[in-house]
Design a protein around this ligand. Sequence first.
Ligand code: BYC
Length: 315
Amino acid sequence: MEPEPQERLQAAFDATIARHDRIEPRDWMPEAYRRTLVRQIAQHAHSEIIGMQPEGNWISRAPSLRRKAILLAKVQDEAGHGLYLYSACETLGVSRAELTDLLLTGRQKYSSIFNYPTLSYADVGTIGWLVDGAAICNQVPLCRTSYGPYGRAMIRICKEESFHQRQGYELLMTMMRGTDAQRAMVQESVDRFWWPSLMMFGPPDERSPNSGQSMAWGIKRNSNDELRQRFVDMSVPQAEALGVTLPDPELRWNEERGHYDFGEPDWEEFAAVISGNGPCNAQRLAHRRAAHEDGAWVREAASAFAARSTEEEVR
Ligand code: BYC
């Protein structure tokens, strides 16, 4: 007997996933797969847009013209990443306006890391080194994600992120070759950002409700804990080369495992931050809402222009 059309569609979808091939926007997909992608891609896009704020805080106070030009370019890249990701998300049938509304009303999340303040210029370097470093660890496997538009956006984003990571490391190296006060500034910054960077990978695997299904669908290629471990293993030798101490007394090489052992992040703090109660959540959203309202005239002008262009084409 011929399978039902629905069963055939599901079988074709399953076969594509099993072959590690891409699902494209016009292909049939289960509704839960579509919803999971919208949630993850939107959260990622919002993170890029909100992520402009902590570093943007230092543009007007960069210590030299060169540092200012680098920082401006990096923050602009983040806006670009947000736009690629919103476009990828729109291919799943949600509009940019809906996604913006979900962010501004707190119904969709953005990365926990951007709810921490940037208190010194060293934070610009630390964000590049640790935050962009963590982002690369998480995002390189996403270049092979099962949804085509997301994977292709990630390829371009990862190229730019690796440049961002290097500029952060170079900035910290320069400060470490400077005065005692500059070295202390770097250490203080690393002390504040180390644990929140580990939290970027999400909750431990046994408390990650979405990982199992997302990995079965090939949306995520590695678990949260696998990527966190990869990040720790990568960061320890970099910290040594830099001459900073990572603030974890439990950090040591484990010969048997072939990995570094490390301490447990404060998961209560993580839960508070992702439920809206981190140090800067209110400030970040208020700033984004104000920027959105200030930009209303641009959206109106663009819509009026688009409507007039269509009318002229029809005539
Ligand atoms: N922050 O089941 P789980 C950047 C939520 S931008 C906030 O493990 P999943 C950059 C999670 O959403 C970096 N929330 O979830 C930009 C879920 O809640 P909901 C952004 C988090 O999705 C500018 C719940 O916790 N990168 O690099 O399987 C300047 C349970 O978690 C976080 C991305 O977005 C968190 N850290 O895995 C510089 C990468 N972690 O949604 C740099 C793409 C977890 O059910 N995203 N939650 O209410 C992913 O890879 C995955 O979504 C995650 C979480 C690994 C983050």
